[in-house]
Design a protein around this ligand. Structure first.
Ligand code: TEU
Ligand code: CA
Length: 583
């Protein structure tokens, strides 16, 4: 796809000022509680641990926390299997701790966004226990069942679970199969049942009344499914349910909602978060992540990042939500590899490439999300043996890979690059024991590189990565062009450089990022060129983007200019003729 094709998909711009909701000025920070900070030395991160680190978050300047699940759970999937939505897992603390977290965060101007996992619950949830015990009770229909007409060995359909193996499990005591798109310990909830939906909305209101700042909604694109018809993601009832949920819960409240949708496309994205839709504030979409996966083997086979494809997806989303809707901006979360390892260089150019990625993402239009440790350039886990992995997905997918004829070695190499545990090693606070995470041996190995990569060292270094993050987070609060400027991607086909402009009124921000380890002689198109004021950079500040610029490996910088600046540049550089040719 060329730049021209991308522009065609962009709806026309619309002027007109609207009041800016707080979450358009804010940067989010995701906490994976198990791995953030352990206050009592049992090796597991907890809520008092989070409270003890709130100053770090305030210092960073973030506006809200997305807290991965802390609810009561058997922890088959580290809390994404909830057995009680209105209680806290004892290993993480108490409801009192959670209320204190809400208050202490609020004192620092930080909102708390809870993770809402309602596509499925745990098989230990009271609803499921009752549903299994009786086929006529109310809760039985809260789940999705299929009769074992042809016996327990004949599956109702060939739908596979995300973690490997069939999505159906037979329960002899019920004489039926139940449906689970994830682990067998995560039975899917039957959203067709209005009583179930009412229970979920009541639970959401109970949390909202406690003063939380909103919800991140786990795999929300799956709730509208029609399993019989084989329509799972973005199923026929999805938007009806999201509109109902909005009207029954968040309507009239000043909160943020962000739905996780692995299947959203630039075409369907506006349906979730368009301004007139009354559904969600924004979604996490994964097109730019999937664009870097192997078309056949997905994330388990490592392939180099196809930069034109990656940029095309980012561009298409910027354009699709330009007039209505809102983007979330992220490269990392608890399910993805560390961004500096995936898109940058976690060796020689770690510091520089981590900053490059931050500059490249944070100056786009949307709400950025920082995943714990990203702000100091934490890297992949670098595990060398299977025993070091904790994620159930690794076991599930290994079995499958071996069945398909792969080897443990090949699988381990894929896991080293892309397994979810890469992002789940303990937060690296200090160079000391257990990286300052806690006094006891952590539930998952600490990355060996914590002796050099840690919050204390990065913060104390004037050249530390965290300082670039602070700068970018501050810019979003203060600069309208960062928040609202119209995005145009340039040189989308360029294999090394990512470049775009943001325009609002007479202000333009021009961003160039060399996403490669080579020094690049970059020929910039006219729209990108010009002299202005240095905004942010990861090497030395630069005042202009020239028609030809030699970019250092992983160099990134942004220039802010107004109409005045642009004119001056073209004359000074004497490149008007060349520009005219290119245009
Ligand atoms: O993730 C949805 C999901 O499908 C991912 O698990 C992803 O597809 C996976 O990494 C594939 O390799 C959400 C949560 O973010 C994840 O942690 C949970 O495990 C999952 O839902 C189930 O709740
Ligand atoms: Ca603990």
């Amino acid at each position: 796809m060329t730049l021209h094709d991308i522009k065609m998909t962009r709806p026309s711009a619309r002027d007109g000022a609207v009041t800016t909701p707080w979450w358009k000025k804010a940067t989010g920070y995701q906490i994976y509680p198990r791995s953030f900070c352990d206050s009592n030395g049992d090796g597991i991160g907890d809520i008092p641990g989070i409270i003890s680190k709130l100053d770090h978050l305030q210092d960073l300047g973030i506006g809200f926390i997305w807290l991965s699940p802390v609810y009561r759970s058997p922890m088959v999937d580290n809390g994404y299997d909830i057995s009680d939505y209105q209680d806290v897992a004892p290993e993480y603390g108490t409801m009192q701790d959670l209320d204190r977290l809400i208050d202490e965060a609020a004192n620092r101007g930080i909102g708390l966004v809870m993770d809402l996992v309602v596509n499925h619950c745990s098989d230990q949830h009271a609803w499921f226990r009752k549903a299994v015990a009786s086929s006529v009770c109310r809760e039985h229909d809260y789940f999705i069942w299929a009769d074992a007409t042809d016996g327990p060995d004949v599956l109702p359909s060939d739908i596979e679970s995300v973690f490997g193996g069939p999505a159906w499990t037979h329960l002899p005591e019920v004489g039926k199969f139940y449906f689970h798109q994830f682990a067998s310990g995560q039975p899917d909830l039957n959203w067709q049942n209005p009583e179930l939906r009412a229970e979920i909305y009541a639970m959401m209101n109970w949390w909202l009344d406690r003063g939380i700042a909103g919800f991140r909604m786990d795999v929300i694109d799956l709730i509208g499914k029609d399993v019989g018809a084989g329509k799972l993601a973005e199923g026929p009832y999805l938007h009806d349910f999201l509109q109902e949920m909005h009207s029954q819960t968040v309507k009239g409240r000043d909160v943020l909602t962000v739905g996780e949708s692995w299947c959203a496309s630039p075409e369907t994205g506006p349906l979730y978060c368009g301004e007139d839709r009354d559904e969600l504030s924004m979604i996490f979409q994964f097109d730019h992540i999937k664009a870097t996966w192997d078309p056949e083997f997905g994330k388990w086979k490592n392939v180099p990042v196809d930069l034109p494809r990656f940029k095309t997806t980012l561009a298409n989303w910027q354009y699709a939500l330009e007039d209505s809707g809102w983007n979330s901006l992220f490269l990392s979360n608890h399910d993805l590899p560390r961004q500096v390892s995936r898109y940058g260089d976690d060796g020689t150019y770690r510091n520089r490439s981590a900053k490059m990625l931050a500059i490249m993402m944070h100056l786009l239009k949307g709400t950025p999300f920082v995943y714990q440790g990203e702000e100091i350039g934490m890297t992949n886990a670098n595990f060398h043996s299977l025993e070091q992995y904790r994620d159930l997905e690794v076991a599930g997918r290994l079995a499958e890979a071996l069945e398909k004829g792969s080897t443990v070695e090949v699988f381990l190499e894929g896991a080293r690059r892309n397994a979810r545990d890469n992002a789940r090693t303990p937060m690296q606070w200090t160079a000391g024991e257990n990286a300052g995470f806690g006094a006891g041996a952590p539930w998952i190995d600490v990355n060996m590189n914590h002796t050099t990569i840690n919050v204390a060292a990065d913060g104390a270094d004037p050249d530390g990565i965290i300082h670039t993050y602070k700068q970018l987070i501050e810019m979003r609060k203060t600069s309208a062009v960062v928040r609202e400027g119209r995005t145009t991607f340039h040189v989308v086909d360029h294999k090394q450089v990512c470049a775009y402009t943001r325009e609002l009124g007479d202000q333009t921000i021009a961003v160039v990022a060399n996403m490669s380890a080579d020094s690049v002689e970059f020929v910039a198109p006219p729209a990108l060129c010009g002299q202005g004021q240095p905004l942010v950079s990861n090497i030395a500040s630069r005042h202009s983007i020239d028609s030809v610029t030699v970019l250092e490996p992983y160099e990134a910088y942004a220039v802010l200019r107004n109409a005045q600046h642009s004119k001056r540049c073209c004359h000074q550089n004497g490149v008007v003729a060349q520009h005219a040719l290119e245009a």
